[in-house]
Design a protein around this ligand. Sequence first.
Ligand code: COA
Ligand code: AMP
Length: 664
Amino acid sequence: MQPQNKQKIEDQMSTSSFPISPDFEAARARVAADPEAFWAEAAEAIHWEKRWDTVFDDSNAPLSRWFTGAEVNTCYNCLDRHVDAGRGDQDALIYESPVTGKTEHFTYEALLARVAKVAGGLVELGVGKGDRVIIYMPMVPEAIIAMLACARIGAVHSVVFGGFASNELATRINDAEPKAILSASCGIEPGRVVEYKPLLDEAIELATAKPDHCVILQRPEAEASMIEGRDLDWVAFEDAEEPTGCVTVAATDPLYIIYTSGTTGEPKGIVRDNGGHLVALSWSMQNIYGVAPGEVFWAASDVGWVVGHSYICYGPLLHGCTGILFEGKPVGTPDAATYWRIIERHGVTTMFTAPTALRAIKQQDPDGELVKQFDLSAFRVLYVAGERGDPDTIAWSEQVLGVPIIDHWWQTETGWPINANCAGLGLYPVKHGSPGKTVPGFDVHVVDEGAQQVGPNETGAIVVKLPLPPGCLPTLWGHDDAYIEKYLTDYPGYYKTGDAGFIDEDGYLFVMSRTDDIINVAGHRLSTGAIEEVLASHIDIAEVAVFGVADKLKGQVPLGLAVLKAGVNRDPSEITTEMVQMVREQIGPVAAFKTAGIAARLPKTRSGKILRGTMQKIADGEAYAIPATIDDVDILDEIETTVQPLGYGNGPGPLAPKGSGGAA
Ligand code: COA
Ligand code: AMP
């Protein structure tokens, strides 16, 4: 980092207008000594209709809950409270849509008025407390309005990312059983309009659970055809209805369900409660991101991801900030300066994006020339997450932006950061490649297979000692057993993150890989198992393996190798084209599955387990140990010659001489 910029952040941290919380280590010590007192104090930032009976309730362990007995409304805390306190004229949300050329401002008062009407509309449709509503929308203000409207009436929303295809949407409809679905006629991707309505209609057709109604926002870029009796036009729906007030819910009632990739094709419905979520987000806005009410905070993500839930919608509003809803890409909408333009235009102080976005910008503006054209003097910190912040990208961003670039690590399950350098508690030195030390409230360890802690710098499974702090998943929707089995069983007393890595001698965590089949594609979490499930249904395919390979822009992309059924004589390129098409149609374009190959056979252990990790190393051109469990090492050569024409696999090859039976 340039010294003058380091000074800049230090100066900002010490001004009286900047919310300084107690020092980071002191906060960690306080929460470790008395978590209930710590979180009860943090809960004072929330408006409760009724205060809790118990701060932390472990009476039904391991299904523990925060703030039992309390009653609250999330929407009230995000909107009404601020209007009542005189913040009504402040921008709550700025919609920046370079893909449509629009910028729109919504004050707290204006946003509240629209949310209250949509909430009224939902009530008219018979949606009430506890009912589910699916929101399948692009990055338009109505998506945020829809989320808050559900929160207002105690309905449970489930936002589905627009880049998923009908099949994925249908799976979520079946699991959530929504009474209503809120959607739009289309999303806008660079160079193409993605019609959502045909995807929605197909998903409802595929699903066994059927919503009573769909409310469709007609966008000028595409007109959706409506199904009479079921579909309603958004504008008429919102105009017709009376505003409605907030419905009080239990702190432990679900606010939303967000589906995320698991180790199979079945996505997991992560549940978020109301009370713990409010407390955790409010605490994080002030203490992690270090923003003050009234400041402009921008998370450049999508409402379909957890980042969008926590830090586009709920976090900034809860904290009285101005948030930004960005409908565009870091490059090409219209150029690689779009982030800097928006930061300047609205005086953004703190931003959040994914490293892949910075790589895309770096690719187009390697010397950061575009950055220099903008006044970024209000800008203090850039947080990144969604995948490991690779040291090159972090160093480049520090240099061109001149503000701290903070990698922080979290998951859909936790809803807020587990490890982070906390601007609100005083930044400590950054180590490139690490998301820093553990945030107060989490207790992170690295353990071996027997759940024993390993020493500094030793790699193992990353786990969090129970209990998890407020805001993290209390369970999976409708599947308490699966929650216990998937997260709490392998390492008794700990929550399994599914990540692997190490903690160094200074307490910095390094998250290096997953322990399951999850890959991170452009900051999007995908299950290779789910892609395999789709491909396995191809009529000519006998077996298939999908694994993540390194990609300069997206971090990782999926690569599929298929073995054909005996007697199939078709042109292999036809089959690989069909494979790509199948994944696009059944999972969605977001899977970025563009490369497939045909192999004569796949390497397996003696027990029949496909060696995806070894194939990944071959494809990445990394040195690899020949697994001791493999009998016929020639298969590895065959894989190398299969992946080379696909543009992979020119690296150093095996570590041990073939046939030596080296370690796996
Ligand atoms: N609706 C429909 N399609 C969508 C979509 C949506 N909401 N979002 C993405 N897609 C499509 C894209 O059009 C693309 O389709 P294509 O294969 O026809 O080109 C595909 O899904 C992959 O999209 P994306 O991952 O956005 O890749 P990209 O090549 O268009 O752009 C980046 C690359 C790096 C610019 C982009 O991935 C990016 O901005 N990533 C940041 C992600 C992020 O913020 N994650 C949040 C975690 S913090
Ligand atoms: P998601 O649930 O989509 O937010 O994805 C969570 C997963 O993304 C984590 O379990 C990690 O595998 C990965 N991830 C997110 N942030 C980081 C980070 N800062 N460093 C390394 N991996 C990360």
